[in-house]
Each structure stands twice: as C-alpha cells, then as structure tokens.
Write a protein that binds this ligand. Structure first.
Ligand code: ATP
Length: 297
C-alpha cells in the first residue's frame, strides 16, 4: 500500500529523517514506533502532504503520492484539532465535506457514527463542553467518516478510559477487516503487541529494526525458559546449563533455565522425568525490545 524510499527531511540544520525506507502492506495494521524526536510525526506529515520531503519518494499503491490521495487518507493527529466553539454535528459535517462527501452522504454517516459511539443525543453539544474522552471520540469519527483506505492514528488511545479504549480497539480491528490499511503510532507497546502485524522502529531519523512482529520478537529471544515441575529437578550431568530458582506458582518447584543451544529437546525430556507442570520460553516484550535496541543504538 505504501512504499517510502530514501525519505530525507531537514528542519534548519536538524536532519529529522535521514533516508527512511519502509513498506506497509495493504490491509494491515502497521506500528510506526520510535523514541521522542525519532521522526515519526515528520513522516506522518509527509504522508498527509502537510510537509514535502527534501529527498525520496512515497508511493501509494505504486503511484507517486499526490493531492488526489488526500481524500483517501484519514488522519487522527496527536494534537487534537477540533473547533471548540462548534457543535459536534456541524463540526463533523464540515470536516466530512472537506474530505469530499456530499452533504446528504455526510449526514447519513454522521448519524451512523454518532450512534455507534452513543453520542446521538450530543449532536448539538459544543466540543468545548465535552469531556476529553468524548471529544476524542468525535475526533476519531472525523478521521474515519470518509471511509479512508489509509488511516493514520497517532496515539489514538490518549484520554480514553479502559472501556472506551477497548471500544476503539474493536473499531480499529473492524476497519481493518473492512479493508483499510492502518498506520498506528504510539508509545504504548502493549497495544502494538495486540494490534500490529508489522512494525518499524525508527531512531534519529533512520530505520533501526522492523518486519513482522513475531519475527522481531524471535530475534530478541534470550534462550531462557521458565518451568515448573512436581518434584525437585536436577541438571543432567555434564551440562553447562544456567539455572535459577523461582517462586513456584502451581505448588511444585520452579526454575529459570538457560540450556546450551539446541538442547531444548534434551531439557524437556529431563524435566518430564520430574513431572513437568509448566514450560514457557521467555519471549521479550516489545517494551523490552524498544528499550534495549534504542539504548544500544
Ligand atoms: N517544525 C519543526 N522545526 C524544527 N524542528 C522540528 C520541527 N518539527 C520537528 N522537529 C524536530 O525534528 C525531530 C523529529 O521530530 P518529530 O516530531 O518527527 O518526532 P516524533 O518521532 O514524532 O517524536 P514524539 O514521539 O516526541 O512525538 C525532532 O528533533 C524535532 O525537534
């Protein structure tokens, strides 16, 4: 859906993007990650054509990104941009028409979305009279009202309570099911783990790592296992395995074990003879991967 090649952007003497390359698959939820100041917003602004790159190109379905794509993109910016004095209904009507909907189409979709978000009775309420979470819902509606093919969500969960966060997650998944490609930028790694198939982590304007989330996680495995056995377990003789004792959770004996490479089968066999209750490979969280990789960069 999106191919970015060699994107460079400089503000004054500061290079915000230093030749960024990335690919985003059609119909996927793509995590655009990176520490503060990495260049994520700059890239998002380039996709939205608020900024032009100094060098490089962005292709959308193989075509150079241009003005004609604007109505096919939806954007939920991190800095929210609603007019505080406008009523919700008027506000959405205005924004939907800006994205190319006719008045009657816009009214129909507004009614549909306000109902979905239980805001129908607030249609005459001014944005400034809404709580942060309700205003966020209106902003979310504004970004999806024209049924964009590409939806860019910058920190979409800010200001939402856990129930509304879950509601928005379900809406995002539903939009993906309906065919939208979604770019999701956030510092909340646990929601990236829940939603994204592919990620890119950018740091200081360049790609640090990326790919399918499960492959990224596999690359960062430490080789440690957490296990619980019914009986005391002894390391088989002649093995140079590292072992730490843990608190048992299931009434047995618990360990953290790092066998030598390619010894997983042997480890399992040995544990089985002590009555294996639980066996779990330690998979690093995306949060750990983020911290470790950006610290080492
Ligand atoms: N208009 C601007 N003028 C000058 N420098 C800018 C401007 N906008 C961004 N920058 C700088 O460019 C770099 C990248 O900023 P950008 O906003 O793209 O980062 P980000 O990854 O979105 O960060 P955050 O996670 O903090 O939102 C930063 O060093 C920032 O200070």
């Amino acid at each position: 859906m999106i191919e970015a090649r060699g994107i460079r952007k400089t503000y004054g003497s500061h290079q915000a993007l230093k030749g960024l390359d990335l690919n985003i698959k059609e119909g996927s939820i793509f995590g655009l990650l990176g520490p503060n100041g990495a260049g994520k917003t700059t890239f998002i602004r380039i996709l939205n054509q608020i900024l032009a790159p100094d060098e490089g190109e962005v292709l959308i379905k193989g075509e150079a990104l241009s003005g004609k794509h604007i109505s096919r993109i939806g954007y939920l910016p991190e800095e929210r941009g609603l007019y505080p004095k406008m009523k919700i209904g008027e506000q959405l009507l205005y924004l939907a028409q800006l994205k190319g909907l006719s008045k009657s189409q816009a009214k129909e979709r507004i009614a549909y979305w306000l109902k979905r978000f239980e805001l129908t009775d607030r249609v005459q309420t001014k944005v400034e009279e809404l709580s942060k979470g309700l205003a966020q819902k209106v902003q979310f509606i504004a970004s999806v009202i024209h049924e964009p093919e590409l939806l860019i969500l910058d920190e979409p969960f800010t200001g939402f309570d856990p129930v509304n966060t879950e509601h928005i997650k379900q809406e995002i998944l539903r939009l993906r099911e309906e065919g939208a490609t979604i770019i999701f930028s956030t510092h909340r790694m646990e929601s990236v783990e829940e939603l994204c198939e592919d990620i890119v982590l950018i740091n200081k304007g360049s790609r640090l790592l990326g790919g399918p989330l499960h492959e990224v996680k596999a690359q960062y495995k430490s080789g440690w296992y957490q296990v619980e056995t019914e009986k005391e377990w002894q390391i088989p003789t002649g093995k140079n395995w590292q072992v730490e004792k843990l608190n048992a959770q299931l009434g047995g004996k618990a360990y953290r074990i790092h066998p030598e490479q390619n010894s997983r089968a042997e480890l399992l066999e040995s544990l089985l003879s002590s009555g294996l209750i639980e066996f779990r490979e330690e998979i690093p969280s995306l949060n750990e991967i983020f911290i470790q990789s950006t610290r080492n960069a």
